[in-house]
Unconditional design. Structure first.
Lengths: 97, 506
């Protein structure tokens, strides 16, 4: 199945992923070839088959509703590229939609 | 003393427990070998000082007369996808490495997790010595270790070839006997395939058998942590230590952990072995096929009964996996956004969305980008039913193939990989060609059952390739890991590969 350049650019935007011109070209080719292989799934009759999301997981277990110590603030911030006022610092953002 | 690293892991632990050697001596021997074989590229970070300090603590504990753990003084390598409190954790990706002006990205500047993965904590509690973090395909995505941002790993049997992937460093360091064991992670074959290509044992436990807490997530419904070791009993010892329920991973099972080491002594008599014909179809190397069939026949002669089984959906494993795994990955890898850890690319005046996209564009390598794109596409409005839902439905059919097979047989025996180790660079051009090297390991991952790779032979040397190891895959039902070890150990007693290790680099 072919995938267009526009499809690639749209999906890259959804994935928050900057791609160079060369990467876009390569992605059109590679995703096209992978999707061509994946198309064989359409041969399988799955009209009455329940999807499987997880195996071997029976039920989500409960834990005691007790307070436990969390990660201290300075430890949580230690690996951030920027932090300020006890929080993660990010560029200012305004919703222009 | 150094020879200890050529012995099975339980012998190393016993020698330390009895005081015949010290944890420090074993650790120094391991560190010396790691340095000698640095050209393998197996390690991204060698925790020299921390390892020696940990070993001294084990020795001190013994001097105080305290009992030592099951992995006393045993040097272990840890795949760099597992969080370690005292060592950088990079997943072999630039996105987990902070940038230093004017310098190439260095794993030493990698993310320092504030906690240990549960499996890492359990190894430490059993008195193992963690000598370093092993190289891998970036975010565990790959089958040759060529997708590491910090250089590929070489196969100790032939340094021009791949050790397999994605846990290539964890496999290579055990195959070259630099350590007594290591941990890897297996999402679609990332422990079993490299174990097969490097001639060692690698175990993918049942989904839920081992905690995933602290394993950097790739595909959450498939990921499992498991051990590598030179032989079945050594791998069994490690699995007994790391398996078991963890309140921090709600998908980890509370079923009791099996007696895996003891299972290595169980005879094969009356064991029902299934041989799925679909695993011996087109594309299988003739030498690999002959070695695997010879191993199956030898096990039959030992008392196992053979049955042909059919698993008709095997051929759809690859397509199913590459939709399910990439969909889950595209969601899991959303956390790498430059905000809380790792790399940040922030141009002057850039807004938040631009910072995310720039960071991810600069930090992720080509294969990771490909999979994020494929997964995002498969989950996008308009394609969800045709791809993601369809793949989940075919996953059900693949699982039913296993359910049906295991209603008649106790284990399945198959090849691990269609070919022995291939040359570095041989399959990097076309992603589908590379993906095909996992065709025999993907179905068991999708079904969530347990499986291991045990070496079964070396291919005969030819003009175009030297002797190379071949892996035999043993697959058992969910939580029947004991059967894996029973079969693997029985095979090792017969195997022409017994005692084989790659020639040492001079």
């Amino acid at each position: 199945m072919a995938i267009s350049r526009e499809d690639v650019l749209h999906v890259a935007k959804l994935a928050r992923l900057d791609l160079t011109e060369a990467e876009v070209t390569r992605m059109v080719k590679d995703l096209g070839s992978i999707l061509e292989h994946v198309a064989e799934l359409s041969q399988v009759d799955t009209s009455s088959v329940t999807p499987t999301a997880y195996v071997a997981v029976t039920a989500a277990p409960f834990r005691p509703d007790a307070v436990e110590p969390g990660v201290p603030r300075d430890v949580a911030l230690a690996e951030a590229a920027r932090h300020a006022d006890g929080g993660f610092a990010v560029p200012a953002f305004v919703d222009d939609g | 003393m150094t020879d200890l690293l050529d012995l099975p892991l339980p012998d190393v632990a016993s020698a330390v427990q009895r005081g015949e050697t010290t944890a420090e001596a074993v650790t120094l021997a391991s560190l010396a070998r790691i340095e000698r074989d640095a050209d393998l590229g197996a390690f991204l970070h060698v925790a020299k000082d921390a390892a020696v300090a940990a070993a001294r603590q084990v020795d001190e504990k013994r001097r105080r007369g305290e009992p030592l753990g099951k992995l006393a003084g045993v040097p272990i390598g840890i795949k760099d996808a597992l969080c370690t409190k005292d060592a950088p954790t990079t997943c072999a990706s630039k996105i987990l490495v902070r940038k230093r002006p004017g310098a190439a990205p260095d794993p030493a500047d990698g993310f320092r997790p504030p906690y240990d993965a549960t499996v890492v904590a359990r190894l430490r509690a059993a008195d193992a010595v963690l000598v370093g973090k092993t190289n891998m395909d970036e975010f565990a995505m790959g089958s040759s270790n060529e997708n590491s941002a910090f250089g590929n790993v070489r196969n100790p049997w032939d340094r021009s070839r791949t050790p397999g992937g994605s846990s290539g460093g964890s496999a290579a360091c055990v195959a070259a006997r630099l350590v007594s064991g290591s941990l890897g992670s297996d999402t679609g074959g990332s422990i079993r395939q490299p174990a097969g290509l490097t001639g060692i044992v690698g175990v993918k436990p049942t989904y839920g058998r081992v905690s995933r807490y602290g394993l950097v997530a790739f595909a959450s419904s498939l990921d499992q942590v498991g051990p590598f070791a030179a032989d079945a009993r050594s791998a069994a010892r490690i699995l007994e230590v790391i398996a078991g329920h963890d309140p921090r991973d709600s998908t980890s099972s509370d079923l009791p952990v099996g007696a895996y080491e003891a299972a290595c002594d169980r005879p094969l008599e009356k064991l029902r072995v299934g041989v799925p014909e679909e695993y011996f179809a087109e594309g299988l190397d003739a030498d690999v096929s002959a070695s695997v069939r010879a191993a199956i026949d030898a096990l039959a002669a030992e008392g196992a009964s053979l049955t042909k089984v059919s698993m008709p959906h095997t051929r759809y494993g690859l397509a199913t996996y590459y939709i399910v795994a990439t969909a889950e990955a595209s969601s899991n890898l959303a956390r790498f956004d430059g905000v809380r850890f790792g790399l940040r690319e922030e141009a002057a005046g850039a807004d938040l969305q631009q910072m995310y996209a720039a960071t991810r564009g600069a930090g992720f390598g080509p294969e990771v980008k490909r999979r994020i794109m494929l997964g995002t596409y498969a989950l996008a409005a308009g394609y969800y039913d045709a791809y993601y839902k369809k793949a989940q439905q075919v996953r059900t059919l693949i699982k039913q193939d296993f359910d049906r097979a295991f209603s008649n047989v106790d284990v399945l025996l198959t090849p691990i990989s269609p070919t022995p180790a291939f040359e570095l660079g041989e399959k990097t051009e076309d992603p589908v060609t590379m993906y095909l090297s996992d065709v025999y390991t993907l179905p068991a991952s999708l079904a969530g059952v347990c499986a291991l790779s045990v070496p079964c032979a070396a291919t005969p040397a030819r003009a175009d390739r030297p002797e190379l190891p071949v892996g035999l895959q043993v697959i058992a039902p969910a939580f029947a890991e004991e059967r894996l070890f029973q079969v693997a150990a029985a095979w090792e007693r017969l195997s022409p590969f017994r005692g084989r290790a790659p020639a040492r680099a001079s």
